[in-house]
Design a protein around this ligand. Structure first.
Ligand code: GTP
Ligand code: MG
Length: 223
């Protein structure tokens, strides 16, 4: 609990046995519930997550978005916080983020990794890819965010049914922001966070995922 609010953390995982234990153990005491989504992992992700007190949801459909579509509805807190299972997102800032959301009466707080504090946390091509996708989101949707691809969001769980979330893949990250921004009943803001180097194997297929994201942005706009 923080500020009298129950806090749930949802973590989508595809083969994150190298990081998931440390991610769960690094969560601050204010976190009441941890939901790990095991997205067809072939390693010990779910076993380790459970042994560390997380509830595990299984999702057979492949993809980051499919994992979130299964995991987000399972969260029972007043506030939902998301992060990867690879130690990149700052568990140490959860209280600060929830405090900011409550104080400013925000409904959906997205986070921005830019400017990067640790330059080694993201390679050059990923940085360029992020810039292109963030620019494309501005061109298509007219809202400037600093980081369209950040996977850490803090939001009031009650707004979830108001978001029309369709993507099963990586575009889910920009889609949830677009849905929050376009909805006039939802107060949106962005907050700068620390971003750390990944632990465990890279799963992102950067070129394929990047082009799919661009295509998704265009399709959603003209749908
Ligand atoms: N890439 C990928 N990640 C998935 C999938 N299902 C669940 N995930 C999890 O979603 C989170 C984000 O995926 P990452 O591969 O870390 O994507 P990223 O953060 O853009 O890339 P990195 O810079 O390599 O960390 C991780 O915790 C993954 O384990 C999937 O089908 N593909
Ligand atoms: Mg990651």
């Amino acid at each position: 609990m923080h500020r009298n609010l129950k806090i749930s953390v949802v973590i989508p995982c595809y083969n994150e046995e190298a990081g998931i234990q440390q991610v769960i153990r690094s969560l601050p005491a204010c976190v009441d519930e941890v939901v790990v989504v095991d997205n067809n992992s072939t390693d010990r992700t779910s076993e380790i997550a459970r042994a560390n007190g997380a509830a595990v949801v299984f999702e057979k459909r492949k993809g980051y978005g499919a994992a979130y579509k299964a995991g987000l509805p399972a969260a029972t807190g007043d506030i939902t916080v998301t992060m990867d299972g690879d130690l990149t997102y700052p568990a140490e800032q959860i209280e600060e983020l929830v405090g900011y959301l409550v104080d400013r009466d925000i409904d959906f707080l997205s986070t921005s990794r830019f400017p990067l504090k640790n330059r080694k946390s993201m390679n050059f091509t990923n940085k360029i890819g992020n810039m292109v996708l963030t620019l494309a989101m501005f061109v298509f949707y007219g809202k400037h965010v600093k980081d369209s691809q950040s996977g850490m969001w803090v939001f009031r769980t009650s707004i979830l049914p108001k978001l029309d979330l369709t993507s099963d893949g990586m575009p889910f990250s920009e889609e949830i922001k677009i849905e929050a921004i376009r909805n006039k009943e939802i107060r949106f803001d962005e907050y700068h966070i620390n971003y750390h180097e990944r632990v465990g194997e890279v799963k992102l297929e950067k070129w394929k995922d990047g082009f799919r994201n661009l295509l998704f942005l265009a399709k959603k706009k003209f749908r």
